[in-house]
Ligand binder design. Structure first.
Ligand SMILES: Nc1ncnc2c1ncn2[C@@H]1O[C@H](COP(=O)(O)OP(=O)(O)OP(=O)(O)O)[C@@H](O)[C@H]1O
Length: 290
């Protein structure tokens, strides 16, 4: 379990982090979202020891995170760091060796990752000759090559085409399925919704909403959507605040949902009776403007 606890960080007059906490359990994929400048990169840098916090703690499996354990983490920094004049396959293996793998192990792992990320054909190409999206795949391979226990990835999906997004997403879910806690930041909220078990939303250096994706959506449920085949107008008859959305009735603040069901069923055949759940994008917009 990786726990980021109550981080504070100031850069001159800017209070970048004002008590940020988030955690990821083994096998959990956590999406970290927030507007530009909200504090995501700063939080991840502190978690990886690239930057020191003014106060707060990074706890791993119940104890303060040490340098040796951090070497077993996989990190994709926001400033990508590849050697442009090195060949793709060699580069990935080289990073494996930097993490203490033998040459043979590092090559084997690099080969497997290039295969998984559809880069095998490019193994002999110089990194500088790859497209930006493919360079990003290499960057992910570099952060995964030593089979990390934990993954912390800063915007791993930015600039990728939809196929690359699927490849990258599958690679992250695989690592989580193998038991790694995974935290990644993204502005692509549809992706967060699709890939993550939980979400932490940061605004101005504070966590403003956090929880399981399904839990957050269920908590924010606002309205009941009822579709009923009838010529009658039920607007004034259903209890609650009722509006129309096409042929559907949207019922908010109803004192009695069972009564809504009874009246609708008496009027005609019900083809839909469900609570509208917001998307993560809607929850995000609401949280940041609150
Ligand atoms: N090295 C630094 N020196 C001064 N200010 C900094 C530094 N790094 C970050 N900041 C400031 O701290 C705040 C948080 O920045 P951070 O990069 O963590 O945000 P972010 O959520 O990652 O944003 P983005 O989505 O744009 O990448 C911003 O106000 C930023 O300008």
């Amino acid at each position: 379990m990786l726990e980021i606890k109550d981080l504070h960080k100031r850069f001159g007059d800017t209070l970048a982090l004002d008590g940020v906490s988030l955690s990821a359990a083994p096998g959990e994929v956590v999406g970290f979202v927030g507007a530009n400048g909200a504090g995501k990169t700063t939080t991840m840098r502190i978690a990886m020891g690239v930057l020191a916090a003014d106060s707060g703690q990074i706890v791993y499996d119940g104890a303060p995170l040490g340098v040796e354990q951090r070497r077993r983490f996989g990190y994709m920094p926001s400033e990508r760091g590849l050697y442009p004049k090195m060949k793709t396959g060699e580069q990935v293996a080289y990073f494996g060796e930097l993490h203490g793998m033998s040459k043979t192990e590092a090559r084997r792992s690099a080969g497997e990752l290039l295969e998984q990320l559809n880069l095998t054909d490019r193994a002999g190409d110089f990194v500088q000759d790859l497209s930006l999206g493919n360079q990003q795949r290499v960057q992910l391979a570099v952060s995964l090559v030593h089979d990390p226990e934990v993954l912390i990835l800063d915007e791993p999906f930015s600039g990728l085409d939809p196929i690359a997004v699927d490849v990258m997403g599958a690679a992250l879910r695989d690592r989580a399925a193998a038991g790694a806690p995974v935290i990644f930041s993204s502005h692509q909220l549809d992706l967060i919704e699709r890939l993550c078990d939980s979400v932490s939303i940061i605004g101005n250096g504070k966590i403003i909403a956090a929880g399981g994706v399904e839990e957050l959506k269920a908590k924010e449920v606002k309205q009941l959507r009822v579709s009923v085949e009838t010529d009658e107008d039920l607007t004034g008859r259903l209890p609650g605040t009722v509006t129309r959305d096409g042929d559907d009735y949207l019922v908010e603040d109803s004192p009695d949902d069972q009564e809504v069901l009874r009246i609708a069923a008496a009027a005609g055949r019900i083809t839909r009776f469900a609570y509208d759940q917001p998307t993560i994008a809607e929850i995000f917009r609401e949280a940041v403007t609150r």
